[in-house]
Design a protein around this ligand. Structure first.
Ligand SMILES: [Zn+2]
Length: 148
């Protein structure tokens, strides 16, 4: 697919953004653009702008992807662990309740921020939604973005 640029400025604005570093920076909770500023202003609240480079981060539309991926991973970890424990040892049901239920609560809380950061980095690197400077659709403006 060929993309035609209206001017040299458009081509410069749309310079290729590396995907893997952007996702890794997001996973670390850093700005996908510079890797220095904080990505989050609260637990899962993405900052409107990077405090270091000024990149507008409010364009992200992570939506349900981070929880979906987190549930997928935690489910596979817990089911594999339960099957392993059940086939290896004879464990009382209360042991599962006291050990795996807290794990089922803690694991998603630990995994959500890095997974959401990776999704924001992916969207930034691929110029999805408002990260594309050519996209001036009001739907993608920072004011209409109510994501957390
Ligand atoms: Zn930055």
């Amino acid at each position: 697919m060929n993309i035609s640029y209206q001017s040299e400025t458009d081509a410069q604005l749309l310079a290729k953004r590396p995907l893997a570093p952007a996702m890794l920076r997001g996973m670390k909770g850093k700005c996908p653009s510079c890797g220095e500023g904080k990505l989050y202003r609260a637990y899962l609240k993405v900052a409107d702008r990077c405090e270091h480079c000024g990149e507008n981060l409010s364009h992200h539309r992570a939506d349900d992807a981070p929880p979906y991926i987190t549930i997928f991973l935690v489910g596979h970890i817990l089911v594999a662990l339960i099957l392993h424990l059940e086939m290896t040892w004879r464990i009382a049901p209360m042991v599962y309740i006291y050990s795996l239920v807290p794990l089922a609560v803690i694991l998603p809380l630990l995994l959500l921020p890095p997974i959401k950061g990776a999704i924001v980095g992916l969207q930034w690197a691929n110029r999805m939604h408002g990260f594309d400077p050519r996209n001036d659709d009001e739907f993608h403006s920072p004011k209409s973005n109510t994501n957390t």
